[in-house]
Design a protein around this ligand. Structure first.
Ligand code: 2AM
Length: 228
């Protein structure tokens, strides 16, 4: 099945983006673009591609650990940008360093589970609002999002999402997304039963750790620049 790991903004945050998207859709040329549905809005952390069922237990175990090692963090929607003339997106602000670290850990988890991950590109947090089949000048759309700031929320989990591509052949139909699992961020709380301390089982049950793909070395979280 086709999978990706993502941060899912809560419904009330997605709602704040609705009027922005509506304004963009009213701009000249917008009718020729494919607009994503609010229900599916997300920040991709790692695109995993086709994953065989047999890999799922290891993949989910590793993603779970990646989430556990990353604390919760604050995020908000901010402004927008575009990838060339093909993709228009809303941006993010807040603890981008942690978001990026989570993306790197998700990528590492997938790689270590045996998935042939693409070479690491510079991670650009983005929530895709629209795609265009032809090259459009998307700068006016991105500029129209200048000054947009969403309400911050605390990212508390990472979702594993299944994407079903449209098979109908109907032009403009969207992939359907289904959240399979949500991995909580931050250390698991151990509630000792009857006040007794639980033994540490980590080393025995979890095998070799994924390792940390590294801290954030990248200062360039620029927005709006064309090209990925
Ligand atoms: P996008 O929003 O920039 O299109 C599901 O397809 C999610 O995975 C989308 O958010 C998509 O990003 C992202 N993704 C990243 N790399 C992809 C790829 N090679 N093919 C399809 N989707 C990809």
């Amino acid at each position: 099945m086709r999978l990706f790991a993502a941060v899912l903004p809560p419904a009330e945050v997605r709602k704040e983006l609705d009027p922005v998207r509506d304004r963009l859709r009213a701009m000249p040329g917008a009718e020729g673009m494919r607009w994503t549905g609010r229900e599916g809005w997300h920040f991709t952390l790692a695109f995993l591609g086709e994953v065989e069922d047999a890999l799922l237990p290891e993949l989910t175990a590793r993603l779970e650990r990646a989430g556990r090692r990353t604390g919760t963090f604050a995020l908000r929607l901010r402004g927008g940008g575009h990838f060339g003339g093909r993709a228009l997106w809303a941006g993010a602000a807040g603890d981008i360093a942690t978001l990026r670290r989570l993306a790197e850990r998700a990528d590492a988890a997938a790689r270590r589970s045996g998935l042939p991950m693409e070479e690491h590109r510079h991670y650009r947090p983005h929530l895709t609002l629209a795609h265009s089949r032809t090259d459009l000048d998307l700068r006016p759309y991105a500029s129209a999002m200048d000054g947009f700031e969403g309400t911050p929320w605390e990212v508390a989990d990472m979702a594993l999402v299944r994407s079903r591509l449209p098979v109908s052949g109907v032009r403009g139909e969207q992939p359907r997304y289904e959240t399979l699992v949500r991995f909580p961020l931050g250390p698991a709380r151990q509630e000792p039963p009857n006040g007794r301390t639980q033994g540490r089982t980590q080393g025995r049950t979890q095998g070799k750790p994924d390792g940390d793909p590294g801290a954030d070395h990248d200062p360039g979280a620029g927005r709006g620049a064309p090209g990925r």
